[in-house]
Design a protein around this ligand. Structure first.
Ligand code: NAI
Length: 262
C-alpha cells in the first residue's frame, strides 16, 4: 500500500520542527525542505535544502508527495522586496510545484497579521475584508489569494491557516488574546490536512476567553482548540484599549519603515 508522504516547507523553523515530530509520531512519511538544512526527525524523513525562490528545485522536491504544508518564508515584517520574492513568489512556486507534481492538497501558513489593523473591540471572522498591519501581512494576503486561485482554477484542495501567536506560554497582554498553544497548533494542522473545503480559511488561535478571532470557521473544519491563555499566564489580564489595533506594536509606522533596506 502507498504510504502518504507530506512535503513540509520551512521544515527547520519553530513550527516546522514541532509539526514534523508530531507527524512522524503518527507514522507519516516526510520530505522536509528549508533554506537551512533541517535535521531528520524520523527514518522516513527526506531532508532537502531548497530555496523557495527556485521554482525548478521546488518542483523537484514535490515529486511523489501527497500533500504540502507550506510554512517557509520570512515570518515577520521585512523589506517589501524581500517579502515579495520569498513570501509571494515563493508561495506561487509552492502552489505551482503542487500543480505540476499532481499534488492535490496544500495547507498554507498565513497569519493573524492579515487583519491586524482591526480595532481591539472587534471580533474578526475570515469572511471580513483584510486589514493588514504591514508588508508582511500584505504578502500573506497575496499567498491566501494564490491559494484561492489554485482552488478555483486548478482544483487544488488549499486550506489557509491564520496563525495567532505561537508560543510555549502567553508572555504579553496581547498574547492573552492571540496565543496559539503548541498543542492547539498541532490540532489546527491536523484539521487543515484533512479538511475537504477547497479554499477554506480559518484562524488557528487557542480557545482564549479574550480572543479577537472567531473560531467558527475552524470548528466547521474540525479544529477544536483546548487551551485558554488565561489558564497559563503568570500575569493578570488587563483591559485592552478598545480603539487600539489588534496588531499592537506591529501597527506602528516605524515597525515597517525601520525594516526597509532598499
Ligand atoms: P520560522 O521563522 O521559525 O521558520 C520559517 C522557516 O522558513 C525558517 O526555517 C527559514 O529558514 C525558512 N525560510 C526562510 N526563507 C526561505 C527561503 N527563501 N527558502 C526556503 N526556506 C526559507 O517561522 P515559524 O514560527 O515556524 O512560522 C512558520 C510559518 O507560520 C511562517 O510562514 C510564519 O509566517 C507563520 N506564522 C507564524 C506565527 C508564529 O507565531 N510563529 C504567527 C503567524 C504566522
Amino acid at each position: 500500500m502507498h504510504q502518504s508522504r507530506w512535503l513540509i516547507t520551512g521544515a527547520a523553523g519553530r513550527i516546522g520542527v514541532a509539526l514534523r515530530r508530531h507527524l512522524a509520531d503518527r507514522g507519516i512519511a516526510l520530505r522536509s525542505v528549508d533554506l537551512a538544512t533541517p535535521q531528520a526527525v524520523s527514518e522516513d524523513d527526506e531532508v532537502m535544502t531548497v530555496d523557495l525562490r527556485d521554482l525548478d528545485a521546488m518542483t523537484r522536491s514535490a515529486e511523489g508527495c501527497d500533500g504540502i504544508v507550506h510554512l517557509g518564508g520570512l515570518s515577520d515584517e521585512a523589506d517589501f522586496h524581500d517579502l515579495a520574492e520569498v513570501n509571494i513568489v515563493g508561495s506561487y512556486h509552492v502552489l505551482e510545484a503542487a500543480r505540476r507534481a499532481g499534488i492535490r492538497r496544500v495547507v498554507f501558513a498565513s497569519s493573524n497579521r492579515v487583519t491586524g489593523m482591526y480595532p481591539a473591540d472587534t471580533m474578526v471572522d475570515p469572511s471580513m475584508p483584510v486589514r493588514p498591519d504591514g508588508f508582511y501581512g500584505v504578502a500573506k494576503i497575496a499567498g491566501e489569494a494564490l491559494c484561492r486561485l489554485y482552488a478555483d482554477k486548478f482544483q487544488l484542495l488549499t486550506v489557509t491557516v491564520r496563525i495567532g501567536s505561537y508560543e510555549e506560554r502567553p508572555q504579553t497582554q496581547r498574547d492573552l488574546r492571540t496565543w496559539l498553544s503548541p498543542g492547539d497548533a498541532l490540532r489546527a494542522f491536523d484539521a487543515a490536512m484533512i479538511a475537504d473545503q477547497p479554499g477554506a480559511v480559518f484562524y488557528a488561535v487557542s480557545a482564549n476567553t479574550e480572543r479577537w478571532w472567531s473560531l467558527n470557521a475552524g470548528k466547521q473544519l474540525g479544529y477544536h482548540p483546548e487551551d485558554d491563555a488565561q489558564d497559563w499566564a503568570s500575569f493578570p489580564a488587563e483591559s485592552y484599549p478598545p480603539a487600539q489595533p489588534q496588531a499592537g506594536p506591529y501597527a506602528a509606522a516605524d515597525f515597517s519603515t525601520t525594516r526597509m533596506n532598499r
